[in-house]
Each structure stands twice: as structure tokens, then as C-alpha cells.
Design a protein around this ligand. Structure first.
Ligand code: SF4
Length: 330
């Protein structure tokens, strides 16, 4: 929810603070990916993709429950041919729409994304990109530049977001990426690589952040460039937490964002995967109300995470003034 849109902000506050329900539905719109990144767990899971009609029904129910933002997320939304119809349905219901893509199909499908308000593209490096993503950086740029052009022609007011996961492999590329974001007139976000349980020791040795001094210097530079006005969406509070690996915030993520898998299962977040009920079978209201105690326990026992969407939104809901001033995405 953009803090610059008073109507949307008041709807979100009503839903989250008064109704005590989440405002964002983050949905696993499909079950496949066209990349196999070593640090990612999602493409390893299998399952049957929901039919378009099932998603329409899910969106109708979500709207009734008070959801105002639909985020088509894992695994790779652009692999769904009918994605434009799904986004159009969410827009027809009055929702804000967003999606996250690895960008591999962006060149082919940029024109079809007219109903996507917030488009986020994973850009995890420049020189290191190919090693991390197994695709040429030039291929990604071709798609990204086309999407930028198309969105200008479509009069989209929100610039594209390049989201970058900081790993042990891309720290030398970060400043170049920030300069590139400015040149392309897009925004950029950072978050540290998360060690999911499925990541092997070997992969973690390869991709994890081990040189902490270099990592801290890189995050300091991100903060400096943010202060100089570069288009970095993260708050300084969050970036300082990333620098220190501090996760000492009160997690409010599950009260803001509903994570729903491809088969309708509600999970607390993308880390805590315990099933809390099925919103496609039992409805949003019943699953939400019946899972209240368990959700609280899961969050209480959680050791924390530093995914920017969860952390920044939690800090915002805790009324952290610097985050309210400087965090610039939804
Ligand atoms: S802090 Fe824990 S419960 Fe909250 S979003 Fe992160 S992993 Fe999930």
C-alpha cells in the first residue's frame, strides 16, 4: 500500500487495524519455474496448478474478506498463459495488483502486463548474474528495458522494482546495480539471502555471506547511496538491521500479508510453512479465525527473518517513524 495514496492507506488501516485482518494476498499462482536457482526452495516443490476459475473464485472470496492487494508470486507467474486474465479479474474487483518475476519471459510478455500495478523483477547481479541465475544478464536486460518502455506507453505510474538478494557472490556488483537502477529510472530493493532448510551445506558454502566485513561495507554503501537520493526503496532502519543481522523486531507480517499456496493452504509466511487451513475449501473468514492461536504461537516461537516485505511492513505497523518516512514500496 503506497503511503502516497490516502484512499488505499485508509482502506489498509481499516482492514489491518480495525478489522484485524490482512490486506495483502500473496498467492502461489502456479507451481513451476523456468529457472532452478540453487538458493531457492520453491521450484523443488510440486503440485497441480490451480485452474483459472478457481483463482477467480479465490479472488472473489478474498475481496469479500477485505483483501485490497493481490500479489501473484511464486513460483514463476509468467509461465501462466492466463495470468493477464487473472490480474484483470483482480483489478475488476478493485484490488491493487503486483507480481514478482525472474524476468526470463519478460521480453515476450511485457505488453500483457497492463493490469499489473507493481512489477518486481529479480536482478541479483551484473557480472555475477549468470553464475547465480544461469541466464545471460543481457537477456534479462532486454526484457527489463522492454517492460520499462511498455509501461511508459501504458502510462503506469509506479516504476518497476529491481529486487536484489544479497549473497556472497554479488557484493562487488551492488553499486553498479544501484547506478543502473537510477539510469533506467526504476527502483531497487535489497534483502539478504535466507538460509532455507532445503539449502545444502555445499550450496550455502558457495552462495552464503561469509565475508562479514565486506558485507557490512556493502550495506554501508547502500545506506550512503540511499542518503544521496538513489532510488533504493528500503528504509535505513531495515538496512542497518541487515548489516548487523538483527531480527529483533515484532513480526506483524501474518497480520498484513496472507500467504496462500497453489492449493489454497494458508501459511503464516514464506518461511513458516505449517498449514493453517485451506481458504479455497473452508473460506477466508473461517480459516483466519480458527488459526488465530496457532498463528500467534508460530510467530512467538520464530527466530525471525529479514525478508524486506515482512520486516519493513512489520516496522511500519509498529509505527517506526523512519520506516514510515523512507520505505517506498507497498
Ligand atoms: S519473522 Fe518469522 S513469522 Fe515473521 S515473517 Fe519472518 S519467518 Fe515468518
Amino acid at each position: 500500500m503506497s503511503r502516497f495514496d490516502p484512499i488505499l492507506t485508509s482502506k489498509a488501516l481499516w482492514q489491518i487495524r480495525v478489522q484485524k485482518r490482512p490486506f495483502v494476498l500473496s498467492h502461489a499462482v502456479n507451481t513451476r519455474c523456468n529457472m532452478k536457482c540453487s538458493f531457492c526452495d520453491y521450484w523443488k516443490k510440486s503440485g497441480e496448478e490451480p485452474a483459472k476459475e478457481e483463482i477467480f473464485k479465490l479472488l472473489d472470496d478474498a475481496r469479500e474478506f477485505g483483501i485490497g492487494v493481490y500479489n501473484a508470486w511464486i513460483v514463476e507467474p509468467l509461465l501462466r498463459k492466463d495470468l493477464p486474465q487473472i490480474m484483470a479479474h483482480a483489478k475488476k474487483l478493485g484490488m491493487i495488483t503486483s507480481m514478482v518475476t525472474n524476468g526470463k519471459l519478460l521480453y515476450e510478455r511485457a505488453e500483457e502486463l497492463e493490469d499489473v500495478d507493481y512489477l518486481s523483477v529479480s536482478v541479483d547481479g551484473v557480472k555475477s548474474y549468470k553464475e547465480i541465475r544461469k541466464m545471460d544478464f543481457e537477456t534479462l536486460m532486454k526484457g527489463l528495458k522492454k517492460a520499462i518502455e511498455v509501461r511508459k506507453l501504458q502510462n503506469k505510474k509506479n516504476p518497476i522494482l529491481m529486487n536484489c538478494v544479497l549473497t556472497g557472490k554479488n557484493l562487488d556488483d551492488i553499486e553498479t546495480l544501484i547506478l543502473l537502477a537510477k539510469k533506467l529510472e526504476v527502483k531497487i530493493s535489497f534483502e539478504p539471502v535466507h538460509r532455507f532448510p532445503g539449502i545444502s551445506e555445499e550450496v550455502w558454502n558457495d552462495i552464503g555471506i561469509h565475508d562479514m566485513e565486506k558485507f557490512r561495507c556493502t550495506v554501508d554503501r547502500i545506506i550512503e547511496l540511499k542518503e544521496e537520493g538513489y532510488p533504493i526503496i528500503n528504509s535505513k532502519t531495515y538496512l542497518r538491521m541487515v548489516r548487523e543481522g538483527e531480527m529483533n523486531y515484532i513480526c506483524r507480517a501474518s497480520g498484513i500479508i496472507m500467504n496462500v499456496t497453489h492449493d489454497g493452504t494458508l501459511e503464516t509466511c514464506r518461511v513458516q510453512n505449517e498449514p493453517l487451513g485451506n481458504v479455497m475449501w473452508d473460506g477466508f473468514e473461517s480459516v483466519w479465525e480458527n488459526s488465530e492461536d496457532r498463528r500467534k504461537e508460530i510467530v512467538k516461537d520464530c527466530k525471525g527473518c529479514l525478508f524486506f516485505g515482512y520486516t519493513e511492513n512489520s516496522l511500519m505497523q509498529s509505527l517506526n517513524p523512519e520506516v514510515i518516512m523512507h520505505y517506498e514500496w507497498m
